[in-house]
Design a protein around this ligand. Structure first.
Ligand SMILES: [Zn+2]
Length: 315
């Protein structure tokens, strides 16, 4: 899916105008005015000790950089915004604490653009962490046994966090419209369920073998309820890497982002996640972040949040 960058749009408009030998304003006069979106900033906890500050310049395409300062004015992070005006600044925040930070969005060239300044609370407090749709679960960042989504809804009998359920229904509608056969096979799996599954694999194949194909309890993203595994009724490649070559796999790769999902384990990020590609395993993160990942070309949540790779359970 292509997100036309703002500068690309501007350049394209100028080019069209030049070709038509019209002033730019005349060339675009017939277009519906796009609604003005104000710059905004929000903060999301992603692990017990990390918060990510998200910056969105909205319709202000003169804003290209952001600087984050703590309460004392010390600069704790900065970023260059993507072509569509988005940026992420990861912060270390002690477990179960909060701090206020000031975000200043501006530009790095002369003349300086009128700046936008916002104060946000960066918190790792349990209630916020446990409901964060950006929560990272990987081989070095497990969930506690009692962590579970606060509100669960079923889609075709598959339980999910309600936010993921709403997004999945949209995605399935779109798939239906394109005559792509697609349905969810599993969603939320509790800690206890994962433990039973993993223990049975260990009894059958041994721990080393089980670790290559099953997550240990607490380390499965399915425990968040934000993840589902997709199947295609035509079968053949379900839960296999060749699923990516089926119409359902291609549909998910190209369109899951528009509903706020990302394919979590790809060929590109195997070294970071420690998982072989799983083109059927979709993680809900919301449309803001799925759009950012596409704009920025970041290949994983770990990369986007500047987290260390987590290829194995060993530290
Ligand atoms: Zn899965």
């Amino acid at each position: 899916m292509s997100h036309l960058g703002r500068s690309t749009c501007r350049r394209a408009a100028a080019l069209t105008a030049a070709m038509l030998a019209l002033p730019v304003s005349a060339a675009v006069a017939g277009e519906a005015p796009s609604p003005q979106r104000a710059p905004h900033v929000f903060a999301m906890p992603v692990t017990p000790e990390r918060v990510v500050v998200a910056i969105d310049a909205g319709s202000r395409d003169d804003l290209t950089t952001a600087v984050v300062q703590d309460d004392t004015g010390r600069v704790v992070g900065r970023t260059t915004l993507t072509a569509s005006g988005k940026g992420l600044v990861p912060l270390s925040v002690a477990t179960n604490t909060r701090q206020r930070v000031r975000v200043t969005i501006g530009n790095a060239v002369e003349p300086p653009a009128p700046e936008v300044s916002r104060v946000v609370v960066a918190t790792t407090e349990t209630a916020y962490l446990r409901t964060s749709s950006w929560r990272v679960v990987n081989k070095r960042t497990p969930l506690a046994p009692d962590e579970a989504p606060s509100k669960v809804e079923k889609v075709q009998g598959v339980p999910l966090d309600e936010r993921a359920a709403v997004a999945l229904r949209q995605l399935l509608e779109r798939a239906k419209g394109e005559k792509v056969e697609l349905y969810p096979s599993t969603g939320l799996r509790s800690y206890g369920w994962q433990q039973g599954l993993y223990d049975s694999y260990v009894r059958r194949d041994g721990r080393a073998a089980a670790d290559t194909y099953s997550a240990r309890p607490g380390f499965s993203e399915h425990q968040t309820g934000l993840t589902f595994d997709a199947k295609s009724r035509s079968g053949g490649c379900d839960l296999q890497e060749c699923f990516g070559t089926t119409p359902a796999g291609a549909f998910l790769r190209e369109q899951a982002g528009s509903a706020g999902f990302v394919v979590r384990y790809t060929e590109q990020n195997t070294k970071v996640t420690g998982y072989q590609p799983e083109p059927w395993h979709l993680r809900y993160v919301g449309q803001w972040l799925s759009g950012y990942l596409e704009d920025s070309g970041k290949g994983s949540l770990e990369d986007a949040f500047a987290m260390p790779p987590a290829p194995s359970y060993d530290r």
